[in-house]
Design a protein around this ligand. Structure first.
Ligand code: 4PL
Length: 245
């Protein structure tokens, strides 16, 4: 399939995990991708793997000035068709270790960063009366997954913000949807104690196995495609049936 021929896409969190997997797929289907990540070298590596006019940009999405710099690069492409917001901090912090600084560290990236990215992206999309925004939620908002109360709160915000943004941007024919993965075997999970939860999570899944970044990609690509124009404000759980709602 070549659903993104001639399309310009920005993907945050594109240096690793699901963000990288999504960036590679959009690129392989023809998109020019601006791969953004706080790990600038990793973002550039992703862009190089895609090839063509794709670029990598170092960006801390929680920093308003850094997001402005990122979108100065996006503006050079003349339009923005697709925005995938995958960047997030995935903490493993027991409740008694969450102080206000730790709470703010997560909110700053997972929610403030999403706000900054969606504000800048939609400012470009509104001019064209076209756009696809896909935000990364998490099935932990349904499960109340332990050791990440601040993360769960931030992802609940991602879902409800996306609903509201879908309403605001519908008049401009911009869709805003979420995917809500379960536990996925990404670099950030492998680097944390979350990796110890695969057995428990698998027990709850309707379909057995350990989620991989590539398992989430098709849902994102569909929501990013032209033909998903009648779907907005939705959250699609992509977790092998761990959560059914
Ligand atoms: C079920 O989003 O949804 C662990 C770590 N377990 O980040 C998540 C589950 C994690 C999740 C998540």
């Amino acid at each position: 399939m070549q659903r993104f021929q001639g399309r310009v896409a920005v993907v945050s969190g594109a240096a690793q995990g699901m963000g990288k997997a999504v960036a590679l797929r959009l690129g392989s289907e023809g998109a020019t991708v601006i791969a953004a990540d706080i790990n600038g070298a990793g973002a550039e590596k992703t862009a190089k793997e895609i090839g063509g006019k794709s670029i990598g940009v170092a960006c801390d999405i929680g920093d308003e000035a850094a997001v402005a710099k990122l979108f100065a690069e996006v503006a050079k492409f003349g339009k923005l068709d697709v925005q995938v917001n995958a960047a997030a901090i995935v903490p493993f912090t027991p409740w008694d270790k969450i102080d206000f600084a730790e709470w703010r560290r997560i909110m700053r990236v997972n929610l403030d960063g999403l706000f900054l990215m969606c504000k800048a992206g939609s400012d470009i999309m509104r001019k064209a009366d076209y756009g696809r925004i896909i935000n990364f939620c998490s099935n932990s908002i349904f499960a109340g997954t332990p050791n990440m109360a601040h993360y769960v709160a931030s992802k609940g915000g991602v879902m409800t913000f996306s609903r509201a943004l879908a309403t605001e941007l519908g008049g401009n024919k911009i869709t805003v949807n979420c995917v809500a993965p379960g536990l996925v075997n990404s670099e950030s999970v492998q680097a944390s104690q979350h990796k110890e939860a695969f057995g428990f999570v698998e027990m709850l899944q309707a379909i057995k196995g350990h989620g991989q970044p590539e398992d989430v990609v098709p849902a994102v690509a569909f929501l990013a495609s032209d033909e998903a124009h009648w779907i907005t404000g939705q959250t699609l759980v992509v977790d092998a049936g761990m959560v059914r709602w």
